[in-house]
Design a protein around this ligand. Sequence first.
Ligand code: SAH
Length: 255
Amino acid sequence: MVHIVGAGPGDPELITIRGQKLLSEADVVIYAGSLVNEAILQFCKPEAEIYNSAQMMFEEIMHVISLAERAGKMTVRLHTGDPSIYGAIQEQMDAMQERGIEFDVTPGVSSFLAAAAALKQEYTLPGISQTVIITRRGGRTPVPDSESLKKLAQHQTTLCIFLSVNLLAEVKQDLLSAGFKSSTPIAVVYKASWPGEELILRGRLDTIVNQVKEAKIERTAIIIVGHCLNTKKEDRQMSNLYSPRFSHMFRQSNF
Ligand code: SAH
């Protein structure tokens, strides 16, 4: 049996209880070493076989999994954040299905959520934006033209941009040409939740490129853009959820 597990964004405390349990029972662990915090491997059995997939090709990964299956061992395939977001797990799941290998998936805390926690920010402010777009800028992996950053940004929603901090100058250009003002607030969060390593840069579209250059951030960072980042309390509507004027299933209105 193979368990695909989301390791969370970096802090070992942010793996789920189920993820930690599976990791502590695994005979074989294949972790995405380019991003997973190795401190999380403390949960593994001392005798577990541990592989770093950053140094492996697809077929090698499948080979390790197949050998483990034949030996009746349990494998955890550990991905950073949540495996459904840029985890490249679909091809692995397809290959396992083809080979008749049973697997399941345990979700994880994605880095866009750890970034919100670091920023102490709600992404969905009433009256500002009720939509969060998760995307990346096209680089070595192309993005379909219909969802280019230029097009998506026109909606002026909250944007969480993965895998693109090395393309920040291009990101900025796309956002400007989509109609965002140069004063639009933007944040870059490096290693969100990693103990002792997290770094938060807050700026504007016209300042952030220099800020990131000065901080020498080139990877493991997420870009958050949107008006939610600097709206004042007066600009927002109060959420209906706790409003005395609003009844819902669990509470009657006082009015
Ligand atoms: N599955 C992961 C994303 C993998 S893609 C998730 O759910 O978070 C890798 C990209 O994720 C990085 O380029 C960076 O943009 C982002 N990322 C991963 N971990 C991060 C962290 N701790 N802090 C900030 N960004 C992170």
